[in-house]
Design a protein. Structure first.
Length: 369
């Protein structure tokens, strides 16, 4: 266990906000994980963890991982694809249901697709049962990039799923006739909710909740009950967005980024009528992945309500301070860890848990002092 003192970043000092240093201990609960992607909290202090190559493991409260669970469907493991997000149903203690998303294999001709499935976790037997595919992104694309694949339980019997535009099909993010570069909302039984914004609209996919996204790899419900999203920009222009139904979030028409190696995206504009502006953006890109609001006061009242975001490229955990829906300060945590942060979650104990993205990845719990 390592004790580290974190203080606020230069942005915080410039904002005029008070410096709130918090002393933290890092507790490594599990190591030797192969590219862990997501963490879900179950019951009795146990956790469920996905590894991108296609394995799911049950973790005991002390972090001890099980052997890989049986019953996980085949995944297309390559590039950014594989077994990705996993969450537990809000009523897991009663129904033992989980939801997970992954790169579903296809043929070389058809390509692969982001898929969402449900299953019943039989922890005693170490397997998934009653696996049911609820949704498959259309069209399939021959790509190993931009799967999106974060799941949020909306609390009303529906699920949100983020979907990337698969990199080679960026223009399709603006079309309502496909699932590329979208957030979709479906029922936990796979049905389409009748109050989705494009239900009944000719030429539109009824699952779509919002569109104009690039590669959203973080999503969570905010204190306001709204869906919040982070997504990768190209070279610059990573975005934090507050998602409202039926809205267009602009990609690739507007962006605060540029082409890899330089040059404008499209016309090189950052705003256009009918397209939403981000709440916050990062230039240069931090490659954000994983996001959650901190609702507990385990780290003091000053941290309650903070938004936590993992950074892959610059290898830190961002703590964003919001005021009235605006980001007024960013604090960079875990900078000396020098590991890519793939996921960040807050447990039932009110503590922060992070996953590091590596062949020898770690699950780390952050303890306040």
């Amino acid at each position: 266990m390592r004790r580290v003192l974190f203080c606020c970043s230069l942005l915080g000092l410039l904002s005029g906000q008070p410096v709130m240093a918090v002393e933290l201990q890092r507790q490594v609960l599990a190591s030797g994980l192969q590219y862990p992607w997501a963490l879900a909290f179950l019951d009795q202090g146990r956790m469920l963890l996905s590894e991108r190559p296609g394995r799911m493991r049950l973790l005991q409260p002390d972090g001890q991982p099980s052997a890989p669970l049986d019953g996980v469907p085949a995944v297309d493991d390559g590039g950014q694809g594989g077994l990705l997000d996993v969450i537990a149903d809000r009523n897991y203690a009663a129904n033992h249901t989980i939801y997970f998303c992954y790169a579903q294999p296809g043929t070389p001709a058809s390509g692969n697709a982001t898929a969402l499935a449900s299953a019943r976790l039989n922890a005693a037997a170490g397997r998934l049962e009653q696996v049911r595919v609820l949704f498959v992104q259309q069209p399939r694309v021959a790509s190993r990039l931009h799967f999106g694949c974060r799941i949020v339980d909306a609390g009303d019997g529906s699920l949100f799923l983020t979907l990337g535009e698969r990199y080679s099909r960026m223009q399709d993010a603006q079309s309502l006739g496909n699932h590329l570069g979208k957030v979709v909302r479906i029922g936990k039984d796979g049905r389409i909710p009748a109050d989705n914004p494009f239900v009944g609209r000719s030429g539109a996919m009824a699952e779509i909740w919002s569109y104009g996204h690039r590669n959203p790899q973080g999503a969570t419900l905010g204190p306001d009950g709204q869906l919040w999203l982070i997504e990768h920009g190209p070279q610059g222009g990573d975005e934090l967005n507050r998602i409202q139904p039926g809205r267009n979030y602009g990609w690739p028409v507007i962006s605060y980024g540029e082409q890899y190696g330089g040059g404008p995206i499209g016309a090189g504009i950052t705003a256009k009528a009918g397209m939403e502006q981000p709440v916050y953006y990062w230039t240069p890109s931090i490659a954000p992945s994983g996001m959650t609001f901190l609702h507990s006061s385990r780290y003091g009242e000053a941290w309650r309500g903070s938004l936590l975001v993992g950074a892959l490229k610059f290898q830190y955990l961002a703590r964003l301070v919001l005021d009235g829906g605006r980001v007024v300060r960013e604090e960079k945590l875990l900078t000396d860890l020098r590991q890519r942060i793939r996921d960040v979650r807050v447990g039932p104990d009110g503590l922060i848990y992070v996953l590091t993205d590596a062949a020898n990845g770690q699950l780390i719990r952050l303890l306040p002092r």
